[in-house]
Design a protein around this ligand. Structure first.
Ligand code: DON
Length: 321
Protein backbone atom coordinates (compact mmCIF):
# COMPACT_ATOMS: atom_id res chain seq x y z
CA UNK A 1 0.00 0.00 0.00
CA UNK A 2 2.76 2.43 0.95
CA UNK A 3 4.72 1.72 -2.24
CA UNK A 4 1.56 2.25 -4.29
CA UNK A 5 0.83 5.47 -2.46
CA UNK A 6 4.35 6.65 -3.12
CA UNK A 7 4.06 5.95 -6.81
CA UNK A 8 0.48 7.25 -6.94
CA UNK A 9 -0.62 4.21 -8.92
CA UNK A 10 -3.81 3.32 -7.12
CA UNK A 11 -6.73 1.94 -9.10
CA UNK A 12 -8.65 5.08 -8.10
CA UNK A 13 -5.88 7.70 -8.13
CA UNK A 14 -8.02 10.68 -7.07
CA UNK A 15 -9.43 8.83 -4.09
CA UNK A 16 -10.22 11.92 -2.01
CA UNK A 17 -12.30 13.42 -4.79
CA UNK A 18 -13.95 10.05 -5.37
CA UNK A 19 -14.92 9.88 -1.68
CA UNK A 20 -16.38 13.39 -1.79
CA UNK A 21 -18.62 12.20 -4.59
CA UNK A 22 -19.61 9.09 -2.62
CA UNK A 23 -20.47 11.32 0.32
CA UNK A 24 -22.66 13.54 -1.89
CA UNK A 25 -24.46 10.48 -3.27
CA UNK A 26 -24.93 9.13 0.25
CA UNK A 27 -26.75 12.28 1.37
CA UNK A 28 -28.75 12.51 -1.82
CA UNK A 29 -30.00 8.92 -1.42
CA UNK A 30 -30.59 9.32 2.33
CA UNK A 31 -33.58 11.55 1.62
CA UNK A 32 -35.33 8.69 -0.21
CA UNK A 33 -37.82 7.33 2.30
CA UNK A 34 -39.89 4.78 0.39
CA UNK A 35 -39.96 1.03 0.96
CA UNK A 36 -40.90 -1.25 3.83
CA UNK A 37 -38.65 -2.98 6.34
CA UNK A 38 -39.02 -6.79 6.22
CA UNK A 39 -41.37 -7.93 8.95
CA UNK A 40 -41.59 -11.73 8.63
CA UNK A 41 -39.29 -12.11 11.65
CA UNK A 42 -39.10 -9.68 14.60
CA UNK A 43 -35.31 -9.38 14.40
CA UNK A 44 -35.59 -7.76 10.97
CA UNK A 45 -38.75 -5.80 11.79
CA UNK A 46 -36.80 -4.07 14.59
CA UNK A 47 -34.28 -2.51 12.22
CA UNK A 48 -34.85 1.24 12.10
CA UNK A 49 -35.91 2.36 8.62
CA UNK A 50 -33.45 5.24 8.95
CA UNK A 51 -30.32 3.10 9.07
CA UNK A 52 -28.17 3.81 6.04
CA UNK A 53 -24.53 2.99 5.51
CA UNK A 54 -22.17 2.74 2.56
CA UNK A 55 -18.67 1.27 2.62
CA UNK A 56 -16.16 1.11 -0.19
CA UNK A 57 -13.00 -0.99 -0.35
CA UNK A 58 -10.82 -0.88 -3.45
CA UNK A 59 -8.77 -3.81 -4.74
CA UNK A 60 -5.70 -2.05 -3.43
CA UNK A 61 -7.19 -1.55 0.00
CA UNK A 62 -8.28 2.09 -0.02
CA UNK A 63 -11.33 2.48 2.22
CA UNK A 64 -14.18 4.91 2.64
CA UNK A 65 -17.27 4.54 4.82
CA UNK A 66 -20.17 6.77 5.71
CA UNK A 67 -23.27 6.32 7.88
CA UNK A 68 -24.27 3.18 9.77
CA UNK A 69 -21.33 1.05 8.75
CA UNK A 70 -20.48 -0.56 12.10
CA UNK A 71 -23.87 -2.11 12.86
CA UNK A 72 -23.97 -5.91 12.46
CA UNK A 73 -26.46 -6.88 9.75
CA UNK A 74 -27.40 -10.42 8.76
CA UNK A 75 -26.33 -11.48 5.30
CA UNK A 76 -29.57 -13.24 4.40
CA UNK A 77 -29.40 -13.84 0.65
CA UNK A 78 -26.05 -12.10 0.32
CA UNK A 79 -24.71 -15.39 1.69
CA UNK A 80 -25.92 -17.19 -1.45
CA UNK A 81 -23.17 -16.12 -3.87
CA UNK A 82 -20.61 -16.80 -1.14
CA UNK A 83 -21.92 -20.33 -0.63
CA UNK A 84 -21.83 -20.87 -4.38
CA UNK A 85 -18.26 -19.54 -4.59
CA UNK A 86 -17.14 -21.87 -1.78
CA UNK A 87 -18.67 -24.89 -3.50
CA UNK A 88 -17.01 -23.90 -6.80
CA UNK A 89 -13.76 -23.48 -4.96
CA UNK A 90 -13.77 -27.22 -4.27
CA UNK A 91 -15.66 -28.78 -7.16
CA UNK A 92 -15.68 -28.16 -10.90
CA UNK A 93 -18.45 -26.03 -12.42
CA UNK A 94 -19.49 -29.09 -14.44
CA UNK A 95 -20.16 -31.08 -11.28
CA UNK A 96 -21.82 -28.19 -9.43
CA UNK A 97 -24.07 -27.43 -12.38
CA UNK A 98 -25.34 -30.99 -12.51
CA UNK A 99 -27.37 -29.80 -9.52
CA UNK A 100 -28.23 -26.21 -10.37
CA UNK A 101 -28.79 -24.15 -13.53
CA UNK A 102 -27.40 -20.84 -14.80
CA UNK A 103 -30.60 -19.07 -15.76
CA UNK A 104 -32.60 -16.30 -14.09
CA UNK A 105 -35.84 -17.81 -12.83
CA UNK A 106 -38.05 -14.89 -13.79
CA UNK A 107 -39.93 -15.64 -10.59
CA UNK A 108 -39.84 -14.79 -6.93
CA UNK A 109 -36.82 -15.97 -4.98
CA UNK A 110 -38.74 -18.53 -2.92
CA UNK A 111 -41.07 -20.03 -5.51
CA UNK A 112 -41.67 -23.75 -5.64
CA UNK A 113 -40.62 -24.18 -9.24
CA UNK A 114 -37.81 -25.99 -10.99
CA UNK A 115 -36.42 -25.55 -14.50
CA UNK A 116 -37.47 -27.85 -17.35
CA UNK A 117 -34.73 -30.33 -16.42
CA UNK A 118 -35.86 -30.40 -12.77
CA UNK A 119 -33.06 -28.37 -11.25
CA UNK A 120 -33.23 -25.06 -9.37
CA UNK A 121 -32.81 -22.29 -11.97
CA UNK A 122 -29.69 -20.82 -10.35
CA UNK A 123 -27.75 -20.80 -7.04
CA UNK A 124 -28.98 -17.35 -5.97
CA UNK A 125 -32.62 -18.20 -5.33
CA UNK A 126 -33.72 -20.21 -2.30
CA UNK A 127 -34.07 -23.57 -4.06
CA UNK A 128 -30.61 -23.27 -5.61
CA UNK A 129 -29.01 -22.03 -2.40
CA UNK A 130 -30.52 -24.90 -0.39
CA UNK A 131 -29.12 -27.42 -2.88
CA UNK A 132 -25.74 -25.65 -2.77
CA UNK A 133 -25.77 -25.93 1.02
CA UNK A 134 -26.06 -29.70 0.61
CA UNK A 135 -22.95 -29.71 -1.62
CA UNK A 136 -20.73 -27.62 0.64
CA UNK A 137 -18.30 -29.88 2.54
CA UNK A 138 -20.85 -32.68 2.48
CA UNK A 139 -18.46 -35.11 4.18
CA UNK A 140 -18.15 -32.87 7.30
CA UNK A 141 -20.61 -32.86 10.19
CA UNK A 142 -22.82 -29.79 10.49
CA UNK A 143 -20.69 -28.04 13.13
CA UNK A 144 -17.56 -28.41 11.03
CA UNK A 145 -19.38 -27.25 7.92
CA UNK A 146 -20.48 -24.11 9.72
CA UNK A 147 -16.97 -23.55 11.11
CA UNK A 148 -15.42 -23.98 7.69
CA UNK A 149 -17.90 -21.65 6.00
CA UNK A 150 -17.79 -18.88 8.57
CA UNK A 151 -14.00 -19.01 8.62
CA UNK A 152 -13.91 -18.68 4.84
CA UNK A 153 -16.37 -15.73 5.00
CA UNK A 154 -14.13 -14.15 7.63
CA UNK A 155 -11.03 -14.58 5.46
CA UNK A 156 -12.88 -12.93 2.58
CA UNK A 157 -13.69 -10.10 5.01
CA UNK A 158 -10.01 -9.62 5.83
CA UNK A 159 -10.66 -10.91 9.40
CA UNK A 160 -12.95 -7.95 10.04
CA UNK A 161 -16.40 -8.20 11.67
CA UNK A 162 -18.26 -11.46 11.20
CA UNK A 163 -20.75 -12.78 13.73
CA UNK A 164 -23.64 -15.20 14.02
CA UNK A 165 -27.07 -14.01 15.11
CA UNK A 166 -28.71 -16.92 16.88
CA UNK A 167 -32.05 -15.13 17.29
CA UNK A 168 -32.23 -14.55 13.54
CA UNK A 169 -31.42 -18.23 12.99
CA UNK A 170 -34.11 -19.41 15.42
CA UNK A 171 -36.71 -17.06 13.94
CA UNK A 172 -35.81 -18.02 10.38
CA UNK A 173 -36.27 -21.68 11.21
CA UNK A 174 -39.52 -21.00 13.04
CA UNK A 175 -41.09 -19.15 10.11
CA UNK A 176 -39.63 -21.21 7.27
CA UNK A 177 -42.69 -23.13 6.07
CA UNK A 178 -41.89 -22.19 2.49
CA UNK A 179 -38.28 -23.32 2.74
CA UNK A 180 -39.32 -26.62 4.33
CA UNK A 181 -41.85 -27.08 1.51
CA UNK A 182 -39.12 -26.27 -1.00
CA UNK A 183 -36.79 -28.74 0.67
CA UNK A 184 -39.29 -31.60 0.40
CA UNK A 185 -40.07 -30.64 -3.18
CA UNK A 186 -36.37 -30.67 -4.03
CA UNK A 187 -36.00 -34.05 -2.39
CA UNK A 188 -38.99 -35.40 -4.30
CA UNK A 189 -37.30 -34.37 -7.55
CA UNK A 190 -33.97 -35.90 -6.48
CA UNK A 191 -32.18 -32.56 -6.53
CA UNK A 192 -29.82 -33.41 -3.67
CA UNK A 193 -26.71 -35.57 -3.77
CA UNK A 194 -27.03 -39.04 -2.24
CA UNK A 195 -26.93 -39.15 1.53
CA UNK A 196 -28.17 -35.57 2.06
CA UNK A 197 -29.83 -34.97 5.40
CA UNK A 198 -32.62 -32.52 4.53
CA UNK A 199 -33.16 -31.08 8.02
CA UNK A 200 -29.44 -30.48 8.50
CA UNK A 201 -29.21 -28.89 5.07
CA UNK A 202 -32.07 -26.51 5.86
CA UNK A 203 -30.51 -25.64 9.23
CA UNK A 204 -27.25 -24.90 7.46
CA UNK A 205 -29.09 -22.66 4.99
CA UNK A 206 -30.81 -20.74 7.84
CA UNK A 207 -27.48 -20.45 9.65
CA UNK A 208 -25.75 -18.92 6.65
CA UNK A 209 -28.60 -16.41 6.28
CA UNK A 210 -27.96 -15.49 9.95
CA UNK A 211 -24.26 -14.70 9.62
CA UNK A 212 -23.68 -11.01 10.19
CA UNK A 213 -21.24 -8.55 8.70
CA UNK A 214 -21.04 -4.79 8.97
CA UNK A 215 -21.10 -2.62 5.87
CA UNK A 216 -17.36 -2.19 6.44
CA UNK A 217 -16.50 -5.88 6.61
CA UNK A 218 -19.01 -6.60 3.83
CA UNK A 219 -17.20 -4.16 1.56
CA UNK A 220 -14.00 -6.16 2.07
CA UNK A 221 -15.84 -9.35 1.02
CA UNK A 222 -17.07 -7.53 -2.09
CA UNK A 223 -13.54 -6.26 -2.75
CA UNK A 224 -12.14 -9.80 -2.47
CA UNK A 225 -14.60 -10.77 -5.22
CA UNK A 226 -13.60 -7.70 -7.25
CA UNK A 227 -9.99 -8.78 -6.82
CA UNK A 228 -10.40 -12.28 -8.23
CA UNK A 229 -10.49 -13.98 -4.82
CA UNK A 230 -7.50 -12.29 -3.15
CA UNK A 231 -8.45 -10.28 -0.08
CA UNK A 232 -7.07 -6.77 -0.59
CA UNK A 233 -6.58 -6.23 3.13
CA UNK A 234 -4.64 -9.38 4.00
CA UNK A 235 -3.27 -10.23 0.54
CA UNK A 236 -4.43 -13.80 1.04
CA UNK A 237 -5.86 -15.79 -1.85
CA UNK A 238 -9.11 -17.10 -0.39
CA UNK A 239 -10.93 -18.20 -3.52
CA UNK A 240 -9.86 -19.58 -6.84
CA UNK A 241 -10.16 -16.97 -9.63
CA UNK A 242 -12.41 -19.24 -11.71
CA UNK A 243 -14.83 -19.68 -8.80
CA UNK A 244 -15.04 -15.90 -8.47
CA UNK A 245 -15.56 -15.38 -12.18
CA UNK A 246 -18.47 -17.82 -12.25
CA UNK A 247 -19.97 -16.29 -9.12
CA UNK A 248 -19.83 -12.78 -10.55
CA UNK A 249 -21.38 -13.96 -13.82
CA UNK A 250 -24.43 -15.29 -12.01
CA UNK A 251 -24.61 -12.28 -9.68
CA UNK A 252 -24.76 -10.17 -12.83
CA UNK A 253 -27.70 -12.08 -14.29
CA UNK A 254 -29.51 -13.34 -11.17
CA UNK A 255 -28.39 -11.37 -8.11
CA UNK A 256 -31.20 -8.87 -7.62
CA UNK A 257 -34.29 -11.07 -7.42
CA UNK A 258 -36.82 -10.54 -10.16
CA UNK A 259 -35.30 -7.13 -10.85
CA UNK A 260 -32.02 -8.66 -12.04
CA UNK A 261 -32.60 -7.90 -15.73
CA UNK A 262 -33.44 -4.27 -15.12
CA UNK A 263 -30.51 -3.95 -12.73
CA UNK A 264 -28.11 -5.48 -15.27
CA UNK A 265 -29.49 -3.03 -17.84
CA UNK A 266 -29.27 0.07 -15.67
CA UNK A 267 -26.23 -0.66 -13.51
CA UNK A 268 -24.41 -3.34 -15.51
CA UNK A 269 -22.49 -4.79 -12.54
CA UNK A 270 -22.66 -7.97 -10.46
CA UNK A 271 -24.51 -7.49 -7.18
CA UNK A 272 -26.50 -9.42 -4.59
CA UNK A 273 -29.21 -8.15 -2.32
CA UNK A 274 -30.71 -9.61 0.83
CA UNK A 275 -33.95 -9.15 2.72
CA UNK A 276 -32.07 -7.41 5.56
CA UNK A 277 -31.61 -4.45 3.20
CA UNK A 278 -28.05 -5.22 2.16
CA UNK A 279 -26.72 -4.78 -1.36
CA UNK A 280 -23.24 -6.09 -2.11
CA UNK A 281 -21.93 -4.58 -5.35
CA UNK A 282 -18.77 -5.64 -7.15
CA UNK A 283 -16.93 -3.43 -9.63
CA UNK A 284 -14.53 -6.04 -11.04
CA UNK A 285 -10.87 -5.06 -10.83
CA UNK A 286 -11.78 -1.80 -9.07
CA UNK A 287 -13.65 -2.13 -5.78
CA UNK A 288 -16.35 -3.65 -3.64
CA UNK A 289 -19.23 -1.63 -2.20
CA UNK A 290 -21.57 -2.69 0.59
CA UNK A 291 -24.76 -0.70 1.06
CA UNK A 292 -27.24 -1.22 3.84
CA UNK A 293 -30.67 0.36 4.37
CA UNK A 294 -33.54 -1.87 5.59
CA UNK A 295 -36.57 -0.50 3.64
CA UNK A 296 -37.23 -2.77 0.65
CA UNK A 297 -39.04 -2.26 -2.64
CA UNK A 298 -41.65 -4.59 -4.15
CA UNK A 299 -38.94 -7.01 -5.35
CA UNK A 300 -37.20 -7.23 -1.97
CA UNK A 301 -34.24 -5.00 -2.84
CA UNK A 302 -33.12 -2.16 -0.61
CA UNK A 303 -34.63 1.03 -2.08
CA UNK A 304 -31.67 3.16 -1.07
CA UNK A 305 -29.22 0.47 -2.20
CA UNK A 306 -30.68 0.36 -5.72
CA UNK A 307 -30.83 4.14 -5.93
CA UNK A 308 -27.22 4.42 -4.81
CA UNK A 309 -26.03 1.88 -7.41
CA UNK A 310 -27.83 3.78 -10.16
CA UNK A 311 -26.44 7.12 -9.05
CA UNK A 312 -22.94 5.67 -8.74
CA UNK A 313 -22.99 4.37 -12.30
CA UNK A 314 -24.46 7.64 -13.62
CA UNK A 315 -21.64 9.50 -11.98
CA UNK A 316 -18.67 7.24 -12.77
CA UNK A 317 -19.74 5.03 -15.65
CA UNK A 318 -18.71 1.75 -14.01
CA UNK A 319 -21.37 0.03 -16.15
CA UNK A 320 -19.75 -2.93 -17.94
CA UNK A 321 -20.93 -1.76 -21.32
O1 DON B 1 -35.03 -17.96 2.99
C1 DON B 1 -35.64 -16.95 3.29
O2 DON B 1 -36.81 -16.86 3.20
C2 DON B 1 -34.89 -15.74 3.67
N1 DON B 1 -34.33 -15.77 4.96
C3 DON B 1 -33.90 -15.50 2.58
C4 DON B 1 -33.43 -14.19 2.64
C5 DON B 1 -33.37 -13.39 1.43
O3 DON B 1 -32.68 -12.42 1.52
C6 DON B 1 -34.18 -13.74 0.19
N2 DON B 1 -33.42 -14.04 -0.94
N3 DON B 1 -33.25 -14.42 -2.00
Amino acid sequence: LIAKAFHQNFIIPEFTTFCENIEDLYWKVKSKTDGKVASYIPQLARYSPDLWGVSVCTIDGQRYSIGDVDVPVCLQSVSKPLTYALVLNEQTPEVVHQYVGHEPSGRQFNEIKLSADNKPHNPLINSGAIVLCSLLKQDFNLADRFDYTSQMFKRLAGNEHLSFNNSVFLSERETADRNFALGYYLREYKCFPKGTNLMETLDFYFQLCSVEVTAQSGSVIAASLANGGICPITGERVLDAGAVRNTLSLMHSCGMYDYSGQFAFDVGLPAKSGVSGSVMLVVPNVMGVYMWAPPLDQYGNSCKGIEFCEELVDKFNFHNY
